[in-house]
Design a protein around this ligand. Sequence first.
Ligand code: EPU
Length: 418
Amino acid sequence: MVGGGRLTGSVRVQGSKNAALALCSAALLAEGRTTIRNVPSIVDVDIFMQIAAELGYRTAYDGGDLEVSEGDRPTAEIPGELGGRIRATACFAASVLARRGRVRFPLPGGDRFCERPIDRHLTAMRLAGAEIEQAGSYLSARLRGHRPHPFKFSAATPHGPSLGATITALLLAATADGTSLISDPSPEPEVHHVCGLLRRCGANIRQRFDGAMEIAGTRGWRDSMYEAPADPSEAGTLALAAAITGGQITMCGVPPSVVPDGFRSFLAGAGTQLTATDAGTAVVSSPGSERRPVLRSLTTGPYPSFPTDLQPLASVLLTQLAGRSTVHDPVFERRVSHVEGLRRFGAHISTHGGRIVIEGPARLTGASVSGTDIRCAAAYLLAGLVADGESTIDGTYHIDRGYEDIVGKLVSLGAQIG
Ligand code: EPU
């Protein structure tokens, strides 16, 4: 790719990777057919479909609609080669455990930018009545009864509430014989959407004033349909691409709230406004010389704070702003996989303890780098958009895991990517 040039034009935002995968986990619980709409065509969804087939489900994907229904030969084993490639494996396993009373699954894979334990998922399974054994990188869980027991569970971790463990607990509670309580649930939108699908299938879920969720399990699952929301991470990536190049784009059919408030305020502080228009959301950035960073420190947090997934990409924008910025990601303390590669582009970026320190503005020059996870690879793509000369980004497999066609979209907005 060759950097330089402002991005302009209109673009559609894909369906949310993380919401689609969470909804896929819930679809594995259903006795009938579940249709999930607006599912992005990404490698992680392909992997889900392969896992579902191994578990004896039928799946069909057509134009964003994913249908999941139970087949004739159910099994309870998630193969290591597939489950080890994706983070949602622990949630898929929770559904299989709830539905079949047992499951064998590998430790989840996916982005390995830092240690990502699944202790809270396993605690939820144990509280629901499972006995769990680990042999090497495989776990086997077996319920003592036919269905999960009702349970009380906290999704809190030292780094904030766990999204994945909240989904795991919801899946177990939705099939339990009685009412369960999940305290400190993750406030991420994925939780809201999984609750929406589970309610349509027949579960009774109520959020109390203190935020805890009460879930009455169900036996009678109905066929259901649910639409995945637009992807905040892809929308944030496109908005940052416009901001970094001093461009002006429209994200069609989505409101500015497609990205969390914390991200919008960050962008506004960096001179880029997101405003609602008839067509969707206009992203308008001021030319480089007028950009004044109001926010000198960026801290991630649970929704609606600045999301951890956009931190590596926002770091690229910070390299273009005047002055010193610090980035702190308490959700994933060691999510710094992008720092080394950005240095190769000429960014003045380093890590100090758990913080990233960036001195700007830096003139970036073309580099050859290899992305090691989705957002790291996407951050390099953004750096390549403003770097002088030619850049080569390897590791685009990671981009394909979560982005439907980000390269095609950037090219349609004027980027030079071959
Ligand atoms: N944690 C524990 N124990 C657990 C689970 C999590 O200590 O059992 C800790 C984690 O280590 C982390 C914090 O809790 O420090 C939050 O992790 P969480 O469980 O919320 O993350 P996740 O469910 O594994 C999902 C997304 C990530 C996103 C995080 C945070 C999916 C498939 N993945 O992961 O998405 O960063 O929530 O919002 O939904 C991405 O899209 O680039 C991505 C990495």
